[in-house]
Design a protein around this ligand. Structure first.
Ligand SMILES: Nc1nc2c(ncn2[C@@H]2O[C@H](COP(=O)(O)OP(=O)(O)O)[C@@H](O)[C@H]2O)c(=O)[nH]1
Ligand SMILES: [Mg+2]
Length: 489
């Protein structure tokens, strides 16, 4: 690739020049003792960071009970999935990835078609879930015989709940229970934290559940109300008290002694009847009062899943458009830094390469930042990179790799070039993960961006990425002759 060195848009800017300045210092420190100043800069970075600390998060203790679901909300969710699929189709047409995502798009379109019919669905689906051995299979079986009559359109499913994998995956609102109208979550005692978290998540997704406290027979009669009360209190923020019910689906048999008139004692084993009347009463009431709402809520969740899947495909398509853009900038950054070592403390220069990259990426992700916003974000990223220690760590790692190759190392500006290209890449790759999560284009969530930066940075430390990156950069910036020479080393 030939790179035209157009200084005005390329050089300077807070992001780039701060980095170059740091790199300059790092290079000096190899000859002398520049560590003090590096530490000083790091400290200054931390100071800046503390100064701009994000606001605190809202209280965690709010009641989460959602308003009753409506048909309109479900219809809106369906409309949103439809527009998301349309957008996906449009953007896919303009990119090279078309063939790969086409099948998935047609599957989504198929799902979208069935959603509208879903709003009229008569049959209700109930999931019985909970940890191993709590009585799911027993309860599902007894409900099928003692609650559901053949004319009812109710489907009972026994779904195992795995504590380790949790109901909800990280950053993903799709969960194994989403498609059921009503969840019967069984516990045999107190809820553990992961169960509570999973149930809160169900509530926040608008999913209706009953907490079934099973195996009541294992407690003494006067303990039962206390335990039930405790469970109701535990759930008071996420579910109403009447949706916590006790059962003994398959109570233990009891030994009964009977005194005979002749004074002898007859012993026999009695099997108590299941205690499920409270649960069945509650279920019947829900059927009468809420059947339609349950169906609307499920349809809404199903539509949301379609939207999420369409968005994730859109993300893939956009990524494939964005990566060549990042690569282009990373080579430009490298070539510029190599040919044009920036004077130290060139902090006042205005246009930054990172700012332009941010503007270009924001366009792909429909955020459309102005150059001014791009500059601000570039500044933020530079601060974060310093604060998180990424600049220091990467420079050390890249210098070590370069040192093992004496020819390239002695060539002036190579450390700068490689480091700037690398940091440009980390910034770019982080932004393409960040943009899809960005909802308000007027402010940047520094905390979130910082987390992504760290993750992307860690990923680049794996699988010899840095080594191959260094050789890619050097092959871009070094003249052909030198490149051959350096490879021989
Ligand atoms: N004591 C007692 N045991 C029960 C009760 N309900 C189920 N069990 C027993 O608990 C064990 C596990 O029940 P199962 O339905 O297979 O649980 P699953 O693993 O959740 O499907 C079985 O031995 C059941 O008989 C109950 O109310 N009281
Ligand atoms: Mg089972």
């Amino acid at each position: 690739m030939t790179v035209k060195l157009r200084r005005p848009i390329l050089v300077g800017g807070i992001g780039l020049s701060l980095l170059l300045w740091l790199l300059d210092t790092v290079q000096n420190s190899m000859a002398e003792l520049g560590e003090v100043s590096i530490l000083g800069i790091m400290a200054a970075g931390v100071g800046l960071w503390l100064f701009k600390k994000p606001q605190s998060t809202p209280s965690q203790n709010q009641t989460l009970i959602a308003p009753p679901p409506t048909k309109e909300a479900a219809e809106q969710a369906i409309a949103l999935s439809s527009t998301t699929i349309d957008k996906l189709l449009k953007e896919t047409k303009n990119s090279k990835t078309q063939a790969k995502v086409n099948i998935s798009i047609s599957q989504l379109q198929q799902q979208l078609k069935t959603l509208t019919d879903e709003l009229q669905r008569q049959k209700l689906t109930v999931a019985v879930t909970g940890s191993h051995g709590v009585g799911k299979t027993s309860l599902a079986k007894i409900l099928k015989t003692q609650w559901v009559s053949p004319s009812d359109e109710i489907e009972i499913n026994d779904i195992s709940w795995c504590r380790e994998s949790k109901i909800v995956q990280e950053n993903n609102e799709i969960n194994a229970l989403s498609t059921y109208d009503l969840i019967l979550f069984i516990t045999t005692g107190d809820l553990i934290d992961s169960e509570y978290q999973a149930l809160s998540k169900l509530t926040s997704l608008g999913q209706r559940f009953l907490l079934v406290w099973n195996k009541q027979d294992q407690y003494l009669p006067d303990q039962k109300p206390q335990i039930l009360q405790k469970l109701k209190e535990t759930l008071s923020n996420i579910n109403s008290a009447e949706d916590v019910v006790g059962t003994a689906v398959n109570p233990n048999s009891v030994k009964v002694k009977k005194y005979q008139p002749d004074g002898s004692i007859e012993e026999f084993i009695e099997q108590p009847l299941p205690e499920i009347s409270g649960l069945i009463e509650r279920l019947n009431k829900i059927l009468v009062d809420e059947s339609q709402q349950l169906v609307w809520a499920t349809t809404k969740r199903k539509a949301e899943i379609v939207t999420l899947e369409a968005k994730s495909l859109l993300h893939k398509v956009r990524r494939e458009v964005a990566i060549p853009v990042i690569e282009q900038y990373q080579w430009i950054a490298a070539a510029t830094a190599f040919a044009n070592p920036v004077p130290a403390l060139d902090l006042l220069a205005t246009a930054a390469i990172n700012a332009q990259l941010i503007v270009d990426l924001s366009e792909i992700y429909e955020q459309k930042f102005s150059l001014e916003q791009g500059k601000q974000v570039a500044g933020r990223i530079a601060e974060l990179m310093v604060k998180l220690g990424l600049v220091e760590l990467s420079t050390k790692a890249l210098t070590t790799i370069l040192k093992s190759n004496s020819v390239t190392f002695v060539a002036g500006g190579v450390v700068q070039a490689v480091s700037v290209a690398y940091l440009t890449r980390v910034a770019g790759m982080s932004l393409i993960e960040y943009f899809p999560t960005q909802t308000d284009s007027n402010s940047v969530n520094v905390e979130k961006l910082g987390k992504i930066l760290q993750r992307v940075f860690r990923q680049t430390q794996e699988n010899n990425f840095l080594k191959s990156f260094v050789s890619q950069v050097t092959s871009h910036i070094l003249p052909q002759g030198k490149k051959v020479e350096s490879l021989q080393n």
